[in-house]
Design a protein around this ligand. Structure first.
Ligand code: PMP
Length: 304
């Protein structure tokens, strides 16, 4: 990733991709306190547009607030930076990664005197779980790793440190031949995927875990809104893994994963074992919105 042409926005300046480096004593590298975002830009008829730029930027600032990291730039500057990296790298579509991290002034866990730095990179990134996944669905395994307790890590923040847990879970599932992991919360209820929120469909209704121990996904919020427009009831509640086994349909949502059907959990076929009708409907609506084909929700798009 580090050795390629392109530009990265780094602390207010556009720098060459290969020059966007940090010192090995950077605090975040040692202790893991940092926050970031994952954002996508899509090709639309009117040009390239970033999906829900404001919401992602708001969440980045909320994550920093939770960790008491002082932001050296305001939201407008960060929104402009994301637009500039997409344009600067001549991307028609792609993934944008803003990251906020501490500097290298000191070691030790006292972080209050450290400087905060921000970088924004963007690159071309296709389907996260494979091209077939969006159509055929994926095989998922319940993880032996538990999702963070609300007082162990801050679940409302998209933080660097959360992802050790995600990597452990995904690694275990992948080593066992599955596409993705499903993590349970400390009480054994379904929380979320390693990098996605979960939805299930039962008797025409949509269910998703409440936000206690999962990330407040922006794709999740978009799907809830789209389901409302289709008059599909959405219920946020505690969900058990056997409710997922017996669901008619299930799918993951996320910026990277978009809307990915789940065809199997722990070797139990879900519904017909393929992308179900409600998943298909919501997935189509979602892609119509992100690519600007839908006339409504144009406000979710910011043209580059
Ligand atoms: N949960 C986790 C753990 C994630 O990493 C992500 C991806 N950011 C999501 C849920 C989905 O969030 P969003 O739809 O905002 O990308």
């Amino acid at each position: 990733m580090s050795d390629r042409d392109g530009l990265i926005w780094y602390d207010g300046k556009m720098v060459d991709w290969r020059d966007a480096t940090t010192h090995v004593l950077t605090h975040t590298l040692h202790y893991g306190m940092g926050v970031f975002e994952g954002v996508r830009a899509y090709k639309t008829d009117k040009g390239t547009a970033i999906f829900r730029l404001k919401e992602h930027t708001d969440r980045l600032f909320a994550s920093a607030h939770i960790f008491c990291m002082k932001m050296p730039f305001d939201k407008a500057t960060l929104m402009q930076a994301q637009l500039d990296v997409v344009r600067g790298n001549k991307l028609e579509s792609g993934y944008i990664r803003p990251i906020v991290f501490y500097g290298s002034e000191a070691m030790g866990i006292a972080a209050t005197t450290l400087s905060t730095h921000i970088a924004v990179a963007a690159w071309s990134w296709g389907t996260y779980l494979g091209a077939e996944a969006l159509e055929k669905g994926i095989r998922v395994k319940t993880s032996s790793f538990t999702r963070h307790h609300v007082n162990v890590n801050m679940c409302r923040a998209k933080s660097v440190s959360t992802y050790t847990n995600s990597i452990l879970a995904h690694q275990e599932a992948a080593q066992d031949g599955y596409d993705e992991a499903l993590l349970l919360d400390v009480d054994g209820y379904v929380a979320e995927g390693a990098g996605e929120n979960l939805f299930i469909v039962k008797n025409g209704k949509l269910f998703t875990p409440d936000l206690t121990s999962c990330l407040e996904g922006i794709t999740r919020a978009s799907i809830i809104e789209l389901a409302g427009e289709l008059n599909i009831p959405v219920i946020e509640k505690r969900i058990t893994r056997d409710e997922v086994y017996c669901a008619d349909e299930a799918f993951f949502t996320g910026t990277a994963a978009e809307v990915t059907p789940i065809r199997e959990l722990d070797n139990r076929t879900i519904g017909e074992g393929k992308r179900g009708p409600i998943t298909t409907q919501l997935q189509t609506m979602f892609f119509d919105c992100v690519t600007g084909k839908a006339t409504h929700h144009q406000d979710w798009l910011t043209l580059v």
